[in-house]
Each structure stands twice: as structure tokens, then as C-alpha cells.
Design a protein around this ligand. Structure first.
Ligand SMILES: *[C@@H]1O[C@H](CO)[C@@H](O)[C@H](O)[C@H]1NC(C)=O
Ligand SMILES: *[C@@H]1O[C@H](CO)[C@@H](O)[C@H](O)[C@H]1NC(C)=O
Length: 666
């Protein structure tokens, strides 16, 4: 079995801890900034409403310059430039009758029987579509936001409330995954009060609603939906597909393994209208494949099996975006998170590969070897591939085959075959991801912003490493964007305004994508930061503009090597070396912690009138932040302690040594 194999053969999930732990003990960030620092010096802004929790939905509207927010009983409209400025807000509570019904059904009146707004989409030029849990009575409404250049307005259109069943979840703990394409909403949710009837559902618009086969575990098996995207495949809109990302219980796992979670990508055709005689008003083009994110090991792979979030990075070729996904583990003993990158071509290839097949209840899942009917299930009726103009024209054998074979045999593997970035034993897990493609002096870099379950944002870049196609993730920043440590529930970027918007249970935060000055006041520090947004301009570490004159801008994201870039920097000729004079027997303050985490401080000791320098052991001194100047020997006169920041290797080459007891002076 190749590595590409095996829907049918999920291994026993030998969790090779040692292998993973050895490879990746949690990497430290190059810059760690607290909530207070970010607020005082780096333009962190916050928004929260009184007695309102659960900021679950964010929608960036660049044209209107607004950030729309969905929360408990509220929709708010904030300024994208400064979310702390006076907000427009509208109250949208659930009616009293619904709250009472919810309470009678055994739910908590104060925490569950509220309208949690879960979903916000731009509907047309004047309205948003908003859906909420409505106290376990899902409901949708149109919110008037006005034309682009008008004064911002925010008004609920109560004349046209829509049933939210199959659009918003019932349970506030569940996520809404949906995409609006034209006037139609494609969503993945539980469509019943008990949270058992999971469906991929198309609603609104003019066509009849369409859904997955109910209660068929081969189609969906207790799924948790994460994201939905509309991804065209060619110029012909008939080939457009909608992709669903979710995790579920593996129906293909051997029963002996118990309940096994797997991550999935599912597809449907936008022009699917269901079957004519069977699969009426059900999808006829639904297929799903396993999404693997694992670290290969000698005795088996370590799987990050819980898909948490997916970000679609659009590239110039709009048919082949990159998919950045974050995963965690469902294991209780092994806790880690990973970022894996997928190409759309690999996703499509899995859907063109063999189908998974199970002959009967006592058989194993195998790769289907028989004849596949024409048109091949999963293909959209289109002039590109055939002569069928509607799924209602599909022959019966196609419909029957599609109904019984929703699962592909091959899995989708990440680009490079392994995670781009992972954290094991870090004390937190990843929950959200968003990415920005940045033009730097030496090429393009994808900057990832990863939200965690402790309210922090990690900024990671992917840098080339050897022959790895995705390179290697480098942790640049750890930002504590909230006062508390509630899990991050949603993240959005405004590339135009260079801002990141982050939501959690307790608040919404806004932070610029870069803080160049925080990397330090020296060319070397700026260069070592390897932040593609930043460059040394001759006097300070500032925002890198690819259009500005490059001659004066120093940046080396690829290698982070200041030795060539910053030498001969006339404005700071001796920045890397600092002298501290000390008196015999006295004490001097030696700074041990460099301003930037990627630099290293080395102190050497030199006696007056002597050329020789001896190394000063740093670690024990750092505890005191003070170094005793060694006592006089035979010679009289002041001693000289000399700090030399000689070599400042990138952090990945620095291995802190063991802490030794203080050594006696010379
Ligand atoms: C954002 O708006 C708030 C409230 O109006 C104001 O106090 C703050 O100074 C503004 N911040 C910035 C960076 O403009
Ligand atoms: C947008 O949709 C709403 C709700 O259907 C409708 O009332 C409004 O007229 C539409 N606006 C435009 C510009 O089409």
C-alpha cells in the first residue's frame, strides 16, 4: 500500500510520540507580546458589547469599510479602520415563546435559549443574510446595510424572516459552515433539534432545496462541519463545485479500532438538481475523500485527525487556490496541532481516483475494481465533459452507483507529504487560520495567522527549506490579543488595510499585520526577524513596500543573515558590539536578554591593557541580570568588562545549554 492509499486501511494509529516530540518540541516565537504591550504600543483595538458573549461571525466588507459582527442576540457594524470607534448595533433576540419552548426542551434559559448569530454573508448590494440559533429555533433575516457610499446603516428587515433550519445550527456550541453562491446558501449543519440529522443542504434561491441522503452513515457519520468553499474549475460555470471540509467518524475503520475520527473534503456540483427516479432532491454528485495530516514515523504515522479550520488562499490561477488547514489531535494522551497545506489539484485527483467499496457487512472496504458507469459519478453535467445537461438525465446505474459509493479510496495528502508547521506539548491547540501572501525582496511568502484555544494569535511564515515544496514554518510572533484566554472562534484579514480581526467568546480584537519597530532598533535585529512585511530602511525597521527603491531596503526573509546585509551600515557601524566598563570588585549591569528573541547575547571579559578576552558564562548571570566584575589580581587599575554581540545566529541554530552553577571568576 502506497502512502496515497487507504481509505480502507486506516492504520492502528500508532502514535509515535517520541518521533514527533523529538522533532518538534514547541518552538518559541521570535517575538512575544502581551495584551498590555499590544494595547499600549502596537495599535491593538478591542470591541465588546455589554452583557453579550460569543462573537462567532465576522464579515469584512472592504468596500463599505465595515466589519460586521454576529454575537449573542446582536449584529454590529464596526469601522474596519478602528473597531473601537462608536459601533452601530442592532438587537436581535429570540421571541419569548421560542425561549420558553427551548427551556421546556431542557435547555438552559440563560446560556442556550438565546439567539446566537452564527452566520453573516454579503447577500446583495444593500443587504446581508444573517442566521442565528434563535433559542434552538434557527432563523435567518436580511439586514439592510445601505449602499456603498452612504452613511452606514444597520436595519433588520422583519418583514422577511426565513426559516433557519438547515442553515444555522440549533445548538450554540455548534459551528455554522456555509457559503452563499449567488442567492443560494450551501451549508453543512445538523438540521434537527436533537443534533442527529446532519446534512449538506442547499437552500434559498429559486431551485428546490437539495440535501444528502438522511441517516446513511456512508454519506455522513456524525460530522462536524468546518468550512465550505465555492471553487470554479473552468471558465464554464457548469463545472463549478462546492467543497465541504469536516471531520467525522470513520465508517471505513475496522470495528476493532472503535470510534476513529477522520478529516474529510467533500464535493458537490453547483448545477446538481438531484435524481429523477431515485435520489430525488438529494445530491447525485456528492463524493468525499479523507484529508490526511500526519507525520511519518518508522512504526506508523502520527495523525492530526481533528480538522479545526481551513483557509482558502486565492492565487493568480483562480481555479487552483491553496488550502491551509489546521488540525489538532483527538487523543487524550498526545496533544498537538499542525498546519497542513493542500493543493486543489491533489483534491481533484482523489475524486478522479478509485472509489472505496464494501461488498457486504462482513467485508472490508477495498478499492472498487469493477466497471464505473458513465458519466462517472462526481462529474457535473456539462458540455466540458459530456452530453448530459442535467443530473435528472443521469442513467439509473449512475445514480445507484453514486448513492452506494460516496467515499473515495485514496486520501488527499498535504503538499510535501507532511505538516508545514506543528506544535506539540505547547499547552494550547490551534483553532483558526487565515493567510496573507506577501511580496518580499526575495520572493513571495505566505504569512499565516493561527488562532489558538487560549486566545493567542501565532504569526508563522513558510520559508524554503531544502527541497521541501512547502518549506518550513517559522514562528515569528505570539500575540496575546485578548485580556482573557478564551478560544479564538473566527479570524478575518483585510489585506487592503493590513489589519487582522480576531473574535472569541468574550470580545473582538483588531491588530495590524506587522509591528516592524518591535523587532529592534538595529539593522541586524530587523533582518533576523525575517518578517516579510518589514525591512531595514537605513534608520529603522519599517514596513516593506515592494514598489519602493530596493537599494535602500534591507531584508533577507529566506536566510535571515545580517552579516552581509547589515555590514557597512554606516548609520550603525558598531551596533553589534557594546562595551561596559566596570571597576575592580564592583558590579556592572549586563543585559542578558536581547531585545529580539532571535538574537543571542554573548559577554566576554577583557582586562585593561590586555588583548585576550575570556567568555563569561551567561545563563546563571541572567538570573540576576547583573554580573560581578571579577576581583583584582596582581595588576592595579580598573578592569574592563566587554560585551560583544559578536555572532547573532538565527534562533534555529541556537541551542540553549544546560544551566550551570556560576563559575568562579578568573
Ligand atoms: C480608535 O477609536 C477610539 C475610540 O474613538 C479612540 O480612543 C482611539 O484613539 C482610536 N485609535 C486609533 C489608533 O485611531
Ligand atoms: C437585496 O435583497 C433584499 C432581500 O431580499 C431585498 O429586499 C432588496 O431589495 C435587495 N436589494 C437589491 C439592491 O437587489
Amino acid at each position: 500500500m502506497g502512502r496515497a492509499g487507504a481509505a480502507a486501511m486506516i492504520p492502528g494509529l500508532a502514535l509515535l510520540w517520541a518521533a514527533v516530540l523529538g522533532e518538534a518540541s514547541p518552538s518559541p516565537p521570535r517575538l512575544r507580546l502581551s495584551f498590555q504591550e499590544l494595547q499600549a504600543r502596537h495599535g491593538l483595538r478591542s470591541f465588546r458589547l455589554d452583557r453579550t458573549c460569543c462573537y462567532d461571525a465576522l464579515l469584512v466588507d472592504e468596500e463599505r469599510g465595515r466589519l460586521f459582527v454576529g454575537a449573542e442576540n446582536h449584529v454590529a457594524s464596526l469601522s474596519l479602520d478602528n473597531i473601537s470607534k462608536r459601533a452601530k448595533k442592532l438587537a436581535w433576540p429570540a421571541p419569548v415563546e421560542w425561549r420558553e419552548e427551548c427551556n421546556w426542551a431542557g435547555k438552559d434559559i440563560g446560556t442556550e435559549c438565546m439567539n446566537f448569530v452564527k452566520l453573516l454573508h454579503a447577500y446583495n448590494r444593500t443587504h446581508l443574510l444573517a442566521c442565528g440559533t434563535g433559542a434552538f429555533h434557527p432563523t435567518c433575516a436580511f439586514v439592510e446595510v445601505g449602499h456603498r457610499l452612504e452613511e452606514p446603516i444597520l436595519r433588520l428587515d422583519l418583514r422577511r424572516l426565513e426559516d433557519g433550519k438547515g442553515k444555522s445550527p440549533y445548538d450554540p456550541r455548534h459551528r455554522a459552515a456555509s457559503v452563499l453562491v449567488g442567492e443560494e446558501l450551501y451549508s453543512g449543519v445538523a438540521a434537527d433539534l436533537m443534533g442527529r440529522d446532519f446534512t449538506i443542504f442547499r437552500s434559498l434561491g429559486q431551485r428546490p432545496s437539495l440535501r444528502t441522503e438522511p441517516h446513511d452513515s456512508r454519506w455522513l457519520n456524525e460530522p462536524k462541519f468546518v468550512k465550505v468553499f465555492w471553487i470554479p474549475e473552468s471558465e464554464n460555470p457548469d463545472d463549478d463545485k462546492i467543497y465541504f471540509f469536516f471531520c467525522e467518524s470513520a465508517v471505513e475503520a475496522a470495528p476493532a479500532l472503535g470510534r476513529l475520527s477522520v478529516s474529510r473534503v467533500g464535493q458537490i456540483c453547483r448545477n446538481d438538481v438531484g435524481g429523477q427516479r431515485s435520489l430525488v432532491n438529494k445530491w447525485t454528485t456528492f463524493l468525499k475523500a479523507r484529508l490526511v495530516c500526519s507525520v511519518p514515523g518508522v512504526e506508523g504515522d502520527t495523525h492530526f485527525d481533528q480538522l479545526q479550520d481551513v483557509f482558502l488562499l486565492s492565487l493568480r490561477d483562480r481555479w487552483s487556490p491553496l488550502l491551509y488547514a489546521v488540525f489538532s489531535t483527538s487523543s487524550t494522551i498526545f496533544q498537538g496541532s499542525a498546519v497542513c497545506v493542500y493543493s486543489m489539484n491533489d483534491v481533484r485527483r482523489a475524486f478522479l481516483g478509485p472509489f472505496a467499496h464494501k461488498e457486504g457487512p462482513l467485508h472490508q472496504w477495498v478499492s472498487y475494481q469493477g466497471r464505473v458507469p458513465y458519466p462517472r459519478p462526481g462529474m457535473c453535467p456539462s458540455k466540458t465533459f459530456g452530453t448530459f445537461s442535467s443530473t435528472k438525465d443521469f442513467p439509473d446505474d449512475v445514480i445507484q452507483f453514486a448513492r452506494n459509493h460516496p467515499l473515495m479510496y485514496n486520501s488527499v495528502l498535504p503538499v510535501g507529504g507532511r505538516p508545514l508547521f506543528l506544535q506539540v506539548g505547547a499547552g494550547y491547540t490551534f483553532t483558526q487560520i487565515t493567510a496573507d501572501r506577501v511580496a518580499a525582496a526575495d520572493g513571495h511568502y505566505d504569512v499565516l495567522f493561527i488562532g489558538t484555544d487560549v486566545g493567542t494569535v501565532l504569526k508563522v511564515i513558510s520559508v524554503p527549506k531544502g527541497s521541501r515544496p512547502t518549506g518550513e514554518g517559522l514562528l515569528l510572533e505570539e500575540l496575546h490579543v485578548f485580556e482573557d484566554s478564551a478560544a479564538i472562534t473566527s479570524m478575518q484579514i483585510s489585506s487592503k488595510r493590513h489589519q487582522l480581526y480576531v473574535a472569541s467568546r468574550s470580545a473582538v480584537a483588531q491588530i495590524p499585520l506587522h509591528r516592524c519597530a518591535a523587532h529592534g532598533r538595529a539593522c541586524a535585529e530587523c533582518c533576523l526577524a525575517r518578517d516579510p512585511y518589514c525591512a531595514w530602511d537605513g534608520a529603522a525597521c519599517t514596513r516593506f513596500q515592494p514598489s519602493s527603491k530596493r537599494r535602500f531596503r534591507r531584508q533577507d526573509v529566506k536566510n535571515g543573515d545580517p552579516s552581509t546585509l547589515c555590514s557597512g551600515d554606516s548609520s550603525h557601524p558598531t551596533l553589534l558590539e557594546r562595551k561596559v566598563f566596570g571597576v575592580e570588585g564592583g558590579s556592572a549591569f549586563l543585559e542578558c536578554e536581547p531585545r529580539s528573541l532571535q538574537a543571542r547575547v554573548e559577554w566576554t571579559f577583557q582586562r585593561a591593557g590586555e588583548a585576550a578576552r575570556s567568555q563569561v558564562s551567561l545563563l546563571p548571570l541572567c538570573c540576576y541580570k547583573q554580573a560581578l566584575v571579577p576581583p583584582p589580581t596582581s595588576r592595579r587599575g580598573p578592569a574592563l568588562a566587554n560585551e560583544a554581540l559578536g555572532r547573532v545566529p538565527p534562533l534555529d541554530q541556537v541551542r540553549p545549554g544546560p544551566v550551570r552553577p556560576a563559575q568562579p571568576g578568573p
